[in-house]
Design a protein around this ligand. Structure first.
Ligand code: 5BU
Length: 474
């Protein structure tokens, strides 16, 4: 009750300081609106600031499990500051533009990857401003799935944000606020009806880019891909209805080609370790390329490059294997830093080639830390044509829906091998962990009938993908 009284008090104060105005106004998008909010004025009224922060504290911050608070610039910044002090929770600040000197950080303050940050905003219409802040926080490896706002204009912002995994709580909805003002004689019934009708008829355009790749189809994601190889791979997956990558870890060229002849129609990608083949020849490569063209799959050489740029460039283009001449894409470690991407970028004379960067590994005890994964994803940003996706194990490792999550360590049952490899089931990898293309090696190659087994994997993995994009998860 006390809370309701305070909420009413705040509504009336906002009205009296002209933070809520009625009449005829033009919005940014050129639509006429009978009601206008301008919460920028609240900084001139310490009592209003006090009331807002007390209410938000009681309403959502007090019991929140967040590690940080972050205000959406600029109006919500002072409110976030007051809340941070009151809740004794550290604040983070998001820059509007990256600094042009020194560190290029978008988020200021001290934090650790995996910590949770609660977002504070004044008003949401489409939700796009909150989403920009969410994106920058997630880019830093912070968990950002909750926003509290003073006022929800009820024009689609809450739904837009929820479809991107951000839950929204608001002190006021527009209709709730109007009700208070009507009950207190601040506006008449005619105006209340006008606002009500306006709300019913005017939804904000969904300006929020759908970043929840888990819910998007491969067709839709091919449109969002900036790397030609990612685009091609998404298209192949959608048309052949398969997200299976076969890891042909065999040492004889005949065995590899025989197997691919049988299972090529069921896969979107073949993954090779060319340096384990004992009878490698140029003929093998031309047969492999012919098979790939005929049965419509791409070739990934899992070379895991990890040297300085200059050496990698030679390993890529020269030597016995001349990988750059035939592999549509390769795997690359981010360990040596950006030089490795600089070297590979544009090294194939206009022929499109792709890179899967290793952000995580499937084997137990590997030394990759969460910070390393975040830095890997960031390193990729400058190479939108080259980076096809990431080799990784978790859905939150990256969010860009135009990139592909390649996940190894897949078998029909959860298990391990004797050398540290960890296997997860198709359901776990696709539905829970966000795998887009799943790598299966021994699950198929070592089976009695690899041909039958490939179809079993293909069907199981595709079923899980359909379940994921339908949103019908148990
Ligand atoms: P398996 O037989 O399904 O365990 O084969 C998995 C393949 O994926 C194998 O060629 C590995 O080299 C490759 N792999 C992996 O298993 N785990 C990783 O984290 C990376 C690659 Br990166």
């Amino acid at each position: 009750m006390v809370y309701d009284n305070k909420l009413q008090e705040l509504a009336l104060k906002l009205f009296s300081i002209d933070a809520v105005k009625f009449g005829e106004f033009m919005t940014k998008s050129g639509i006429k609106t009978p009601v206008y909010f301008d919460l920028r004025v609240i900084v001139s009224y310490p009592a209003v600031m006090d009331l807002i922060s007390t209410l938000l504290y009681e309403f959502a911050v007090k019991d929140s499990k967040c590690d940080h608070l972050c205000g959406v610039p600029y109006t919500a910044l002072p409110v976030a500051t007051l809340l941070s002090v009151q809740a004794k929770k550290p604040m983070l600040m998001r820059r509007k533009e990256a600094k042009s000197y020194g560190t290029k950080k978008m988020i200021e303050g001290h934090y650790k990857v995996g910590q949770k940050c609660l977002i504070i905003e004044d008003v949401i219409t489409s939700g796009s401003s909150v989403m920009e802040t969410v994106k920058d926080l997630r880019n830093e490896g912070l968990v950002s799935d909750e926003a509290i706002v003073i006022l929800d204009r009820e024009q689609g912002g809450k739904e837009n944000l929820e479809s991107n995994n951000v839950q929204v709580k608001s002190l006021f909805t527009m209709s709730g606020l109007i009700e208070i003002l009507l009950a207190n004689g601040k506006i008449n019934q005619e105006m209340a009806t006008k606002v009500h009708d306006y709300l019913k008829g005017t939804k904000a355009p969904s300006t929020v880019q759908p970043v929840n790749r888990m819910a998007l189809t491969y067709e839709d994601r091919s449109e969002l891909a900036t790397s030609p190889i990612a685009k091609q791979l998404f298209t192949i997956m959608a048309s052949k209805k398969t997200n299976l990558c076969l890891s042909v870890d065999l040492t004889s060229t005949t065995k590899i080609l025989d197997l691919l002849e049988k299972v090529g129609e069921h896969i979107c990608l073949v993954k090779t370790h060319v340096d384990i083949i004992e009878d490698f020849s140029e003929d093998f490569i031309s047969s492999l390329k012919q098979l790939a063209a005929r049965l419509n799959f791409l070739i990934l050489e899992d070379r895991k490059f990890a040297d300085i740029g200059n050496t990698v460039l030679q390993q890529y283009l020269k030597g016995v294997y001349k990988i750059g001449e035939w592999a549509d894409c390769v795997t690359v470690h981010s360990l040596p830093g950006e030089g490795i991407l600089k070297a590979l970028n544009g090294s194939t004379n206009g022929v499109s080639r792709g890179v899967f960067l290793l952000a995580e590994m499937s084997c137990e005890g590997n030394l990759i830390t969460p910070e390393y994964s975040v830095a890997t994803v960031k390193m990729a940003e400058k190479y939108p044509d080259l980076i096809t996706g990431f080799v990784c194990q978790k859905k939150d490792t990256f969010s860009n829906p135009g990139l592909i999550q390649l996940t190894p360590g897949v078998q029909l049952e959860n298990s391990k091998d004797d050398l540290g490899q960890i296997y997860n089931t198709p359901e776990k990898v696709v539905v829970e962990n966000g795998g887009d293309v799943m790598v299966v090696g021994r699950g198929i190659v070592a089976a009695k009938s690899p041909e039958i087994q490939a179809v079993i994997y293909k069907d199981a993995l595709w079923k899980c993908y359909l379940k994921r994009v339908s949103g019908k998860m148990e």
